[in-house]
Design a protein. Structure first.
Length: 146
């Protein structure tokens, strides 16, 4: 895995739950690729997770991926909580079922196919790539057909 891909992701919701969108900026060298989409009924956390899933699905081969997200839910889920959830058969420390378990499982499989590094950036703080991902997520909502 010698190729390094930078991935910037964001999710958005109008209403929570409500119309949701996700956006991804992928950067490989000097080439940028953007992808986005939306769902008529979702939550902000689901859209944040979907952005990372769609970004990883867009990769055509195993890569070193630097994922930057403004979602502490996604970041902590993948770097702190996931191993314990799996050890407890997808239950939280309070023995409740993990929310969005199907997305966590999908994300777990996709991440295992790459060498992934995670970083967090404060949303809406002027971080150029995060702002692009945010605009894409909102475009995903804007283009929804009811």
């Amino acid at each position: 895995m010698t190729e390094t891909v930078e991935m910037y992701t964001d999710g958005a919701c109008r209403g929570n739950p409500g119309k949701g969108g996700w956006g991804v900026l992928l950067r490989y060298g000097d080439v940028d690729k953007t992808i986005y989409g939306g769902e008529l009924m979702s939550t902000n956390n689901r859209m944040e997770m979907t952005a990372v899933i769609k970004g990883l699905e867009a990769l055509t081969r195993a890569s070193h991926v630097l994922i930057t997200t403004d979602s502490k839910y996604v970041l902590k889920g993948m770097t702190e909580w996931l191993s314990n959830w799996k050890a407890r058969n997808w239950r939280t420390a309070s023995k409740k079922p993990v929310q969005n378990v199907e997305l966590w499982k999908q994300l777990d499989v996709l991440v295992s196919q790459h060498s992934v590094e995670w970083s967090w950036v404060k949303g809406h703080s002027g971080h150029t790539e995060n702002e692009i991902a945010d605009q894409l997520a909102n475009l995903g909502i804007d283009e929804l057909i009811e």
